[in-house]
Ligand binder design. Structure first.
Ligand SMILES: [Ca+2]
Length: 283
């Protein structure tokens, strides 16, 4: 069993919620802590707590770093779902992450959003390096060579700091996640199943997806974050390779002879992913 910390910007793109549910329903993983990133008034943390209460899981939730994005849009689509939530949530995230990591020999730090919390943590606790394996969903090599992906753009400075650190880490790149094989729209059987389920928590996921579609006039999303989590459950789902990479001041990565050896996703087995994902989500 792997001990994991999930660092997430859930409440915007619904794939974070699907990733959280996949991790909850997977006995190979034990979630030690959920920490939110790109926070606005602890709303992501409140939303996480609300969902965990629906699935009856006592998993600690901590509110992470406040958004560093200068954009007015908060990328948060589920205000209506948390409108009655007045829960006060702790925000001593650096202490909570430290405690969760010190508890076990090895912890997988799964970063599914901005890297603000992670960057601060590695600066503050370099002595914990050997107890952590980091897996980051973000960046791409071939998809867009001029603009970093959403997670990196939310806090470019932190992404650069993490990239240049000597902590053990691997990246699930947008090159393997922006794929039709893991694209969900309203016609997809997965979405229909969630919408028609009698289980309250699955309806909650369906509702969250609908709010996202409505707010952003969007008709689909990709399962970037569930694919990332799935790669920890079954290592055959994503094949990783070592490349020499550099990250520029805009957070864009590229291959470079002088670059840093970096473990990145090369390909994914989407059929294997779907088999696992379908089984686990319908629980
Ligand atoms: Ca995310």
């Amino acid at each position: 069993m792997k001990h994991i910390i999930i660092d997430t910007d859930l409440g915007g793109d619904p794939d974070d919620l699907c990733a959280l549910l996949l991790a909850i329903n997977s006995p190979e993983l034990k979630i030690e802590l959920v920490v939110t990133s790109d926070e606005h008034s602890q709303r992501r943390a409140k939303y996480a707590k609300l969902f965990l209460s629906l699935v009856n899981k006592e998993i600690p939730v901590i509110s992470g770093a406040t958004s560093k994005s200068s954009k007015k849009d908060e990328c948060f689509a589920v205000d209506k779902l948390i409108s009655n939530e007045y829960t006060q949530i702790d925000n001593d995230y650096l202490v909570s992450i430290q405690k969760a990591i010190e508890k076990n020999k090895l912890t997988y730090y799964v970063c599914l959003g901005a890297e603000s919390n992670l960057s601060e943590f590695i600066n503050k606790h370099p002595h914990l390096k050997d107890k952590v394996e980091i897996i980051i969903m973000g960046g791409s090599l071939h998809r867009n060579r001029h603009r970093a992906g959403h997670n990196v753009r939310c806090d470019i400075k932190s992404a650069i700091n993490v990239f240049n650190s000597d902590w053990n880490k691997r990246y699930v790149l947008g090159d393997v996640t922006h794929k039709d094989e893991i694209l969900i729209n309203e016609k997809h059987s997965f979405f229909k199943k969630l919408s028609s389920s009698e289980k309250h928590h699955l309806n909650f996921v369906a509702k969250s997806i609908k709010y996202f579609f409505n707010k952003y006039h969007c008709v689909f999303f990709w399962l970037h974050d569930p694919l990332t989590v799935a790669s920890l459950i079954d290592e055959k789902i994503i094949k990783f390779t070592n490349l020499k990479l550099k990250m520029n001041s805009k957070g864009v990565i590229s291959i470079s002879k002088e670059g840093r050896e970096t473990l990145v996703s090369e390909s994914a087995d989407y059929k294997l992913f779907w088999k696992l994902f379908k089984e686990r989500i319908s629980n």
